[in-house]
Design a protein around this ligand. Sequence first.
Ligand SMILES: Nc1nc2c(ncn2[C@@H]2O[C@H](COP(=O)(O)OP(=O)(O)OP(=O)(O)O)[C@@H](O)[C@H]2O)c(=O)[nH]1
Ligand SMILES: [Mg+2]
Ligand SMILES: [Zn+2]
Length: 294
Amino acid sequence: MAGTRRARIVAAYGRRFTAETQDDDGPGERIDCVTRGKRGGVACGDWVDIAPAGDGGVIERVLERTSLLYRADAVQEKLIAANVTQALVMVATWPGWDEDLLVRCLVAAEHAGVQVRLLLNKIDLADRRAGARKALAVFEGACAITELSALDGADAVRPLLAGQVSVLVGPSGVGKSSLVNALVAGADAATGQVSVALDSGRHTTTHARFYHLDAQSALIDSPGMQVFGMHAVGADALDAQFPEFRPYLGKCRFRDCRHLQEPDCAVRAAAEDGAFAAVRLTHYVRIRRSLSPS
Ligand SMILES: Nc1nc2c(ncn2[C@@H]2O[C@H](COP(=O)(O)OP(=O)(O)OP(=O)(O)O)[C@@H](O)[C@H]2O)c(=O)[nH]1
Ligand SMILES: [Mg+2]
Ligand SMILES: [Zn+2]
């Protein structure tokens, strides 16, 4: 169609979006755009074709994605980011994290098929660092873990982002936007104080946003989350999203073993042998039962 332009979604505000064209020598022009239908289906990071309309444009088409990170409950889907190569799941020494939510974030990131890394932020809060690190040790078999302080410059993280399109996900108040500000000159992302009374952040970031780090690398900031539906993963694909289980999958007596109480379950046997942290099986069972109670 005449006048159609290809661009990447760099900010997603519900049904409104900002897209950015790409010139040979870097980022081009920004276009305000909307979707044609009522429903979204467009995520930060998506490449789209935009037809001109008024001062902005209408999204005609979403190009095929290399990855999509999203959460879904029985009713709706919430797209988090598209075309990323790495998910950085962030927690902080304070406020503390909800373990079930953290597990769900990690499962969704695995399910998206991207590289997964756990970030423990605010290690400058020295009295909380050791306790937090110990609590995260159960995830050592699942993914790499990096400790940092976004307020102290975050240089530990920079090499991990090189050549990647990374998305920051995690609960409110852990310092996702603070890390963006530490890494991206002029980003000026809003940050908010943690509420001591609620022991939680205040949901300062309300929409996902794409930032260039250099010509090859980018970082997407996303709103803090409180719930993370696993319907997109589904009960049958759940076990494969636990990296520790993978060597044992297909080795249970029953081909359709759910690893709940079936006899000769290779996954349960591995957990009992200490091949990985036994609590990981508890994490799995909790989500599995929430998806198909039986
Ligand atoms: N001590 C300390 N505080 C930090 C650090 N990083 C961020 N903070 C503080 O934590 C609070 C929350 O930071 P944000 O960057 O707004 O957190 P967020 O994860 O983006 O939160 P949402 O946008 O609500 O999801 C702010 O008061 C930050 O100053 C850190 O490394 N150390
Ligand atoms: Mg934020
Ligand atoms: Zn089994």
